[in-house]
Write a protein that binds this ligand. Sequence first.
Ligand code: PLP
Length: 417
Amino acid sequence: MTPDTATLDRAACEAMDRADPLAPLRDRFHLPEGMIYLDGNSLGAMPKGAAARAHEVVTREWGTDLIKSWNSAGWFDLPVRLGDKLAPLVGAAPGEVVICDSTSQNLFKVLSAAVALRPDRSVLILEGSNFPTNNYIAEGVAAATGGRVSVRLCEKDEIAGAIDADTIAVAITHVHYKSGHVHDMAAITARAHEAGALAIWDLCHSAGAMPVDLGGAGADFAVGCTYKYLNGGPGSPAFLFAAKRHQGQALQPVTGWWGHAAPFAFEPGYRPQHDIRQFLIGTQPIVSMALVETGLDIHLAADMGAIRAKSMALTDLFIRLVEARCAGHGFTLASPRDAAARGSQVSFAHAEGYPVMRALIAAGVIGDFRAPDTVRFGFTPLYTGYADVWDAVDRLVSIMDGGIWKLPEHQVRDAVT
Ligand SMILES: *Cc1c(COP(=O)(O)O)cnc(C)c1O
């Protein structure tokens, strides 16, 4: 689809944009003038509908209708209703997904449920180089068992071999946050089941970015963010998937009233719901949750196959252009070269990655830096075009050729990178 690198220029990228079936959806996002936003894998861009929806929730539902809105605006059912909307994006059935809490909290719930489902086993397997919160949470789950359960950290090629008769669950992030490596969900899930273990998937870097088939893979549980590729807004509530067969069987330990079978009966003791609502704890951040819907609606209007095809083309284009035009400037590809094995992001290792990213951000190209030496770029097919990729690399070339990253202002470290 993309022309040879030698004949590739901005005009060729513009032609690819004109032929892009997803191009019309870009207009549904607010994108600041002049900025090339390659960080939708950390915080997705704002859907234009979000401001109007926020205004409605705050002024009418809260301001005017007040407490009546729990019923009249459907606030109480929002976690389940939006979960059903998200379900097709991850290959789940209605009633298998709920929107609530954070990814970290949801992971605690499903890991604990897995421990309870496998009382005669003692090991949780996670990927050592994963985003640290997942491993921290697993440590907490293990500690809460008083030492009966332990966490085993493996790297990607060791995972399948580590699963044995003592494994409670493998809890892996589908697309690695730093390298973008895609794990084979179906194969790892099958391997876990063969050994009698459970498979738990973190979809933070795949939900909304590529097709995910939890049902087809037979996954047991899953969690993920809505503020990355799903454009739910900063800190928007996460999602939790529990396969139908585990509902009513797998109980989680944070037994709050929203997971009670009759929350408004105010009974003295806890009695769990026997459906997906058992994974709820308590009152949700309704304003933030309401905005999740504006992002989901855009995704539901797009074809996931087209999203994945464009994602692979954008990331391929970026790699080719950086390698061709920044040759000799010290960038080493830190993501899989094969697009099929890569999520919607590209990382390069560079010894001066931090000042290089600072200089890029100052030039209006927003990516991020992950210690110790990774510059990371996320490509969101719904609002990133081929000419954006061209322009981003053009600005990178100027920074490298001109030594602009060496300026003192680019050496200062911020708290959030
Ligand atoms: C983004 C991300 C998280 C975020 O967790 P929060 O609870 O929302 O802070 C967790 N795990 C992975 C793998 C992530 O990429």
